[in-house]
Design a binder for this molecule. Structure first.
Ligand code: SAH
Length: 217
């Protein structure tokens, strides 16, 4: 496929998968219509990159379906000035979408090979406002806290306490919470010292593995 074909595939993704399912935030739709999702997956999968499904990214991990990326991003209600923490860099696609919409993205990945590949992609595509770290993201990234928004892109048994502590007030956090096979997508809003939670979707994510997540199998 040519560059033009990919741009067309992205526009179709926005109009056929995101808008009809209720993604309304204009900035999110704009970001998803420009970030080259196909450049975050391996060559053999590029032609499928804009399909309505998750894709494998190596190391037994997956990149979420475009709708789920849009839904989680929209839930953070970014305006442009925020500092955002992402747990689970994976291939880096979600971080790139966030980077279009906020001031700076801090992203943590536990699997070294994935983190290194994502960093290369960010450099190649000139995403200068993404900072990466290889670590257990259930501990957050205390040095740069507080974060205006936190997004966890792997499913865990509960929201890790360190992430709640590192969330600014006001601040928003989105994370799949449940058992290892299926989860509820929870949006938590911290305001005036109080936290309110809401479930917005039922999802299946790979496992969040770490001190405040699951044990490795
Ligand atoms: N946002 C990613 C999704 C990747 S899948 C993307 O756009 O591609 C979830 C990722 O979370 C996997 O790469 C997995 O290795 C990572 N992960 C799981 N537990 C983690 C932890 N405790 N800390 C950091 N990353 C973790």
């Amino acid at each position: 496929m040519s560059m033009n074909d990919y741009a067309t595939a992205r526009a179709r993704m926005v109009h056929e998968q995101l808008i009809p399912r209720g993604i309304k935030d204009k900035r999110v739709l704009e970001a998803m219509s420009v970030v080259p999702r196909h450049l975050f997956v391996e060559d053999a999968l590029q032609s499928q990159a804009y399909g309505d499904f998750p894709l494998p990214i190596g190391e037994g991990q997956t990149i979420s379906q475009p709708y789920i990326v849009a839904l989680m991003t929209q839930a953070l209600a970014l305006r442009g000035e925020e500092k955002v923490l992402e747990i689970g860099t994976g291939c880096g696609y979600q971080a790139a979408v966030l980077a279009q919409l906020c001031h700076k993205v801090y992203t943590v990945e536990r699997i070294k090979q994935l983190a290194i590949r994502a960093r290369k992609t960010f450099d190649r595509l000139r995403y200068l406002n993404i900072v990466c770290r290889i670590d257990d993201g259930t501990l957050g990234w205390p040095q740069h806290a507080p974060y205006d928004a936190i997004i966890v892109t792997a499913g865990g048994p509960r929201i890790p306490d360190p992430l709640l502590e590192q969330l600014a007030d006001p601040g928003r956090l989105v994370m799949p919470v449940g058992d290892r096979l299926s989860q509820q997508l929870v949006v938590l809003e911290k305001r005036d010292g109080e936290c309110r939670q809401q479930v917005i979707e039922h999802v299946r994510f790979v496992s969040l593995i770490g001190d405040h997540g699951w044990r490795e199998l």
